[in-house]
Ligand binder design. Structure first.
Ligand code: UT7
Length: 337
């Protein structure tokens, strides 16, 4: 069924990408010392071999700022050109002000309006679609959208069910209006969704207004990530597959037409379950979770930047981005690169 929110008068293009990963590497062998796990279990169940951890004092906005500067350089835009900044994150510097406002200060984008969105791992793709609407309606011309996370600050490092999965990092993209209609990297279609009945299967129960911070809550580690892994896994496979099919349908394409799938980097088994069911070959799937683990809103953004700068995607390719996360939320975007 056509999605009315997917109707656009002007072309919106991805003019540049950038990413930043903190230097510190935490390997599966390092985790064997912290919890009862093994490199063999983590690798075979998830595909993850190592992840990056932000330095003490390094904030989500610091990671986001570095990714933003690289995307701006790639796109050839100055800070003054940017009139919209969106940061997608579940690990903001603070409840308020928005992490996007810290980024605005850091890069000196004085002409921008700036805000955060919370859509967990789907946040970068939610952000792209929001920017697309602002640009399409003529309210904004040059947008900076960033997925950035410091998940190490909210992981229970004694819980082997979750601490092996997550990492820190940031990825960014510059979106611009293309009045000529001839520029590449054009966003073709997009699909977003959520199922609020599933709020409890992946969440941080404490720290918000429902369960304010108290010494007792912190003792119970209610300020850390809780996940029912198997439930999330099953939901992720179905929701991401449907999201990919929807953006292809909207563009009149089939799975065979996909040149590169850039999925959320949570678990290699989830990715292969989707691609195997859709008949998309593994070599047409971009995977970097072995190096970075699951960086939530940053994952697709980092993967897009790596695919862009390693030549994994080339001009004219049909590139499908797809993500899934807490909420539960899901999102997909088709770009003609
Ligand atoms: O980005 C947000 C989206 N999040 C996700 O997409 C995560 C989705 N879920 C998953 O990726 C997988 O469910 C996990 C990787 C989290 C877990 O894999 P699984 O194959 O579903 O394992 P399981 O939770 O069913 O656990 C199997 C066994 C259990 O032991 P018993 O009960 O069978 O004796 C666990 O206690 O593995 C045990 N286990 C571990 N063993 C060694 C759980 N975590 C570990 C561990 N090391 N780190």
């Amino acid at each position: 069924m056509p999605d009315p929110t997917n109707s656009f008068d002007c072309a919106v293009t991805i003019a540049g990408t950038g990413s930043y990963l903190p230097e510190k590497i935490l390997t599966n062998a390092d985790l064997e010392v912290l919890v009862d796990t093994s490199d063999e279990w983590i690798t075979s169940r998830t595909g993850i071999r190592e992840r990056r951890i932000a330095a003490d004092g390094q904030t989500t906005s610091d990671l986001a700022t570095e990714a933003a500067k690289r995307a701006m350089e790639d796109a050839g835009v100055s800070a003054e050109d940017i009139d919209l900044i969106i940061v997608a994150t579940v690990s903001p510097d603070a409840f308020f002000p928005a992490t996007a406002c810290y980024v605005q200060k850091n890069i000196g984008a004085t002409n921008a309006m700036s805000f955060d969105i919370s859509a967990a791992c789907s946040g970068f793709l939610y952000g792209i679609q929001i920017c697309r609407h602002f640009i399409n309606t003529g309210h904004r011309k040059t947008a900076l959208v960033i997925g950035a996370e410091k998940l190490s600050s909210m992981v229970d490092w004694e819980d082997r069910n979750t601490c092996i999965l997550f990492g820190d990092g940031a990825g960014a993209a510059i979106l611009k209006r293309d009045d000529t209609g001839t520029a590449g990297r054009k966003i073709i279609s997009s699909s977003l969704g959520s199922d609020g009945r599933q709020t409890d299967i992946l969440h941080v129960p404490g720290g918000g207004s429902a369960c304010p911070i108290t010494a007792d809550n912190v003792d119970q580690k209610l300020n850390t990530i809780r996940m029912q892994g198997r439930e999330v896994y099953k939901y992720a496979v179905n929701a991401m597959r449907r999201a990919v099919e929807t953006v292809l349908d909207q563009a009149g394409l089939k799975a065979d037409d996909v040149d590169m799938l850039i999925p959320h980097q949570a678990n290699l088994r989830i990715i292969e379950a989707i691609t195997d069911r859709m008949g998309i070959p593994h070599e047409k799937t971009f995977v970097n979770l072995d190096k970075y683990g699951n960086t939530s809103a940053a994952a697709v953004a980092i993967a897009l930047d790596e695919a862009n700068h390693t030549g994994a995607i080339k001009s004219g390719d049909n590139v499908v981005l797809v993500a899934f996360g807490a909420g539960l939320t899901w999102a997909s975007t088709l770009v003609r690169w």
